[in-house]
Design a binder for this molecule. Structure first.
Ligand SMILES: Nc1ncnc2c1ncn2[C@@H]1O[C@H](COP(=O)(O)OP(=O)(O)OP(=O)(O)O)[C@@H](O)[C@H]1O
Ligand code: SF4
Ligand SMILES: [Mg+2]
Length: 340
């Protein structure tokens, strides 16, 4: 499918996305992403939150074409990158970049910082050595690193400085979209705010669109315009960050919020503290019906039999739960046995 609609405001459109991996023994299938549909608008920060194993990194990698969808499509500004020729794809994908949690992941320990920063430009054969270096130093300065940093090696920098180098490296390509996968999780708490503020400044300056993947609600509430809540490869809830955090519809979102150790504003507290119990089930054999049902305090017999429809309960605020209402998640069901 190749759509080209320059008038679209959706810089990313995810359509019936499924990403499956074979298990290690090759006998089964990991359903890392098992049916997702959503759009990311140009210029917004779109948060993705969920527990470990819910498919966030797989989604992020797919959004920037590092993994191809097993089923469905991801449209980049209306174009399916899978439909491009190799040379078109090479040019196209510089607009869609990703930064990972580990600040060392993209840095070669034997290369100087400037060589790492300009490496993507060399790969793209852009400019000559002098112009690339000039752009690299300018990018380092823009992310708050002095020109002397250029000649250093990764081991001579702090984690925060290395993450700034990673941002500079991506910036040299002048991307449209940056997927940020837990980009501050490995950093000292004291410097997370500075790095998040840098992301905000760069967004304003360069008109960037971010997909901010995190398991940290305080990060999502700090940076995101909208947030998608993921569980076992599917979306549970999606809406404006303020709405989702202050008036969640889904029992899973409510549980995530109340298990968060950071102090929450009173509007976000729920009457009874709900801690997420038990492990997330295996994505090889997710529960039937609603995949949150094995841990849901509101579970009913219907939840095992029927996959909840995706319902927009309020404009721009959608949920996948049979019993959620505009008032919020359904009440706990003390009597019903937990469905297996
Ligand atoms: N290449 C792969 N081969 C097989 N299984 C994979 C592969 N990549 C991811 N998975 C599995 O897919 C599921 C989702 O993984 P993913 O890394 O996307 O989750 P995540 O939400 O990013 O988790 P975390 O918060 O721990 O980073 C996990 O069960 C994981 O083991
Ligand atoms: S009430 Fe049922 S449908 Fe709603 S989240 Fe719980 S298990 Fe899923
Ligand atoms: Mg991850």
């Amino acid at each position: 499918m190749a759509e080209t609609n320059s008038a679209t405001k959706d810089i990313l459109a995810v359509r019936d996305l499924r990403i499956l991996f074979p298990t290690r023994d090759g006998r089964d299938t990991v359903k890392a992403i098992d049916g997702m549909d959503f759009e990311v608008r140009a210029g917004e920060t779109f948060g993705v939150i969920g527990e470990s194993g819910s498919g966030k990194t797989t989604l992020g990698r797919a959004l920037v074409s590092l993994i191809a969808p097993t089923h469905g499509h991801i449209l980049h500004n209306g174009t399916d990158p899978e439909s491009l020729s190799t040379s078109q794809f090479r040019k196209h994908r510089r607009d869609y970049q990703i930064i990972f949690q580990d600040p060392n992941a993209a840095l070669n320990p034997r290369m100087t910082i400037i060589d790492s920063v300009i490496e993507p430009l060399e790969v793209m054969r852009e400019g000559n050595d002098a112009s690339r270096r000039k752009r690299g130093v300018a990018a380092l300065e823009r992310v708050g690193l002095s020109p002397e940093t250029a000649g250093r090696y990764p081991h001579q920098l702090s984690g925060g400085q290395k993450q700034r180098v990673n941002i500079a490296r991506v910036l040299t390509l002048r991307p449209k979209v940056i997927v940020c996968d837990e980009v501050v999780a490995a950093l000292d708490v004291s410097i997370r705010g500075d790095v998040l503020n840098l992301f905000s400044d760069l967004q304003r300056e360069f008109g960037l669109t971010y997909v901010f993947i995190t398991h940290d609600i305080s990060v999502v509430s700090h940076v995101s315009d909208r947030v998608a809540v993921t569980y076992l490869g599917r979306l549970m809830e999606l809406g404006q960050t303020e709405d989702v955090i202050e008036r969640p519809f889904h029992p899973y979102t409510r549980a995530l919020l109340s298990s968060e150790p950071v102090p929450l504003p009173s509007s976000m507290r729920v009457d009874k503290r709900i801690i997420l119990q038990g492990e997330i089930p295996s994505p090889v054999a997710p529960p039937s019906g609603c995949r949150f049902r094995t841990r849901c305090p509101s579970v009913q017999p219907r939840c095992a039999a029927e996959v909840p429809a995706w319902r927009e309960l309020k404009p721009g605020h959608s949920v996948a739960c049979h019993f959620a209402t505009v008032e919020g998640p359904p009440p706990d069901n003390q009597n019903a046995p937990r469905a297996q």
